[in-house]
Design a protein around this ligand. Structure first.
Ligand code: MN
Length: 323
């Protein structure tokens, strides 16, 4: 990445009068850490800003600095007031749920995109993208270094949380030597590893453990494609009158990708709005599940991607069909 883009974006932040930070719907640890890290930078510059996410951050991320400042009520934003919009960790602008406002922006409004997903859409005026980076947090680390911004304890916590959650604690092949080096440096800067682990990994309720169990017990391997499949219906998720949060269910596909000797895994999960969410994972270097996700109208990374389709899941013999 040429160094100029780092300072160009930093200068734009410094000269802007009102900044909007945004990340994707159903926010994950990387998207939220990236927003919180940018808040640290912007507050230290005393710049006015707002932070927006379509869905409220899951409570497990309450430990992130300033996460309570992220608003989910779009009516509280006057989009015309922002002269700089920074979109973090979004493969496409649709995932911000303010893509109309972004695409139809005024002439004096600048959009900056900072992301590690492969490029599928050109909507930003300035783009800081590195698909080889483990996480958006890892890209922001380089942004901090290039601009000689002091890494406080809060910032170190954000970088480490983003890296750990997006690599499943260094499990995914996106983990590079540099990822580990950066993480080690964040520990020396005061990042609280036990607190991050406690909140992001050891956070499962009894109810969500049982749901995970259901997904495991239904696993089947399709011998033709050597691909493993499983499903979760709405009834499975709401069984005990308790609903597991998105983040708790999100990890299931990652876990079943530990299955030995398959090309990949797919989890189909019914959502309350009549949509089925498909999550694809592979731990093989020679398989790119994002191509399958794209064929289904979705997207994502080579090792971790997803799609959404309308419908419901119904039992058919010893399998399942989408109706
Ligand atoms: Mn990410």
């Amino acid at each position: 990445m040429p160094d100029a883009i780092y300072s160009k974006i930093y200068n734009q932040i410094k000269i802007s009068k009102n900044i909007l930070l945004a990340t994707h719907e159903n926010p994950d640890g990387d998207g939220l850490s990236s927003i919180c890290l940018m808040i640290e930078i912007i507050e230290s510059l005393n710049q006015p800003y707002s932070a927006y996410c379509f869905d409220q951050p899951p409570r497990q991320f309450d430990f992130l600095p300033s996460v309570e400042k992220i608003i989910s009520d779009k009516t509280k934003l006057n989009m015309d007031n922002f002269d700089l919009i920074i979109v973090l960790d979004c493969g496409s602008s649709d995932r911000t749920k303010i893509s109309d406002e972004i695409k139809n922006r005024g002439k004096s409004q600048i959009v900056v995109e900072i992301d590690h997903h492969p490029k599928i859409e050109d909507y930003a005026d300035m783009e800081l993208r590195d698909p080889a980076a483990s996480s958006t947090a890892e890209i922001l680390y380089k942004f901090l270094k290039a601009n000689k911004i002091k890494i406080s304890k809060n910032i170190a916590n954000c970088v480490l949380t983003g890296i750990l959650t997006d690599t499943a604690n260094f499990l995914y092949p996106s983990t590079s030597q540099e990822t580990i080096q950066i993480s080690s440096e964040m520990l020396s800067k005061g990042a609280k590893l036990p607190q991050i682990m406690e909140n992001t990994l050891r956070n499962k309720s009894l109810n969500s453990m049982k749901i995970w169990g259901k997904a495991m017990s239904r696993l089947k391997i399709n011998p033709k494609y050597n691909f493993a499949f499983t499903v979760l219906t709405l009834d499975d998720v709401n069984d005990n009158g308790e609903t597991a949060n998105e983040e708790e269910l999100e990890g299931i596909a990652g876990f079943i990708s530990n299955l030995h000797n398959v090309h990949g895994v797919m989890l189909l999960r019914e959502q309350p709005d009549g949509i089925i969410k498909g999550s694809l994972r592979t731990s093989r270097h020679d398989v790119d599940v994002s191509r399958l996700a794209q064929a289904m109208g979705g997207g994502g990374h080579a090792k971790s991607s997803g799609f959404k389709i309308e419908g419901r899941l119904e039992r058919a013999g010893d399998g399942w069909i989408i109706v």
